[in-house]
Design a protein around this ligand. Sequence first.
Ligand code: 5GP
Length: 190
Amino acid sequence: MELLKKRIQQDGVAVGSSVLKVDSFLNHQIDVTLFNEMGKEFQRRFAGEPITKILTVEESGIAVACIAAQYFQNVPVVFAKKQEASNLSKDVYASNVFSFTKNKNYTIRVDCKYLQAGDYVLILDDFLANGNAALGLIDLVEQAGGKVAGIGIVIEKGFQSGRKLLEEKGYRVESLAIVQQIQDGKVILA
Ligand code: 5GP
């Protein structure tokens, strides 16, 4: 997606050789106009798929998913929670995820009411690195007896193993921009 690629080149900040910081439009400040274009593109790529729900994980995935959902037909957004809370039902699907950016494990949870057998779920997230967040979300869908329509990613880091892992397991991965390499502070896009 050219608009997104331009924005990454313009505003993306390399952190070492493996992390891309895009706080100015994706992870802290949000460019809603760009998000609308991303939402339309996700809808275009998954058009014709009978998607019943969009699933993401807090925090950055929520805005991506909500704006994209407006371009699908009556598709609710469910986001997995990372914190245990007294107001979260005890009846949850839960999965353990290793965080690439925080270098630790955490648990994601979705109330059993919001994922069901028969759901055909589009998973959306901001980044794909090694695929752990996506695998955790897939696990939640499959625990509920649902099926995964595909995984939509805003920025994939093609030099990490996420896509390979997900495709080997038979899942469709659609990324709006792919970073091929981060070298000497430069972000090289596919
Ligand atoms: P994975 O689970 O695929 O290893 O990593 C994906 C998750 O880690 C995403 O949900 C995202 O929040 C975070 N992440 C991984 N790499 C980056 C990165 O380079 N930049 C930012 N901003 N987040 C990242």
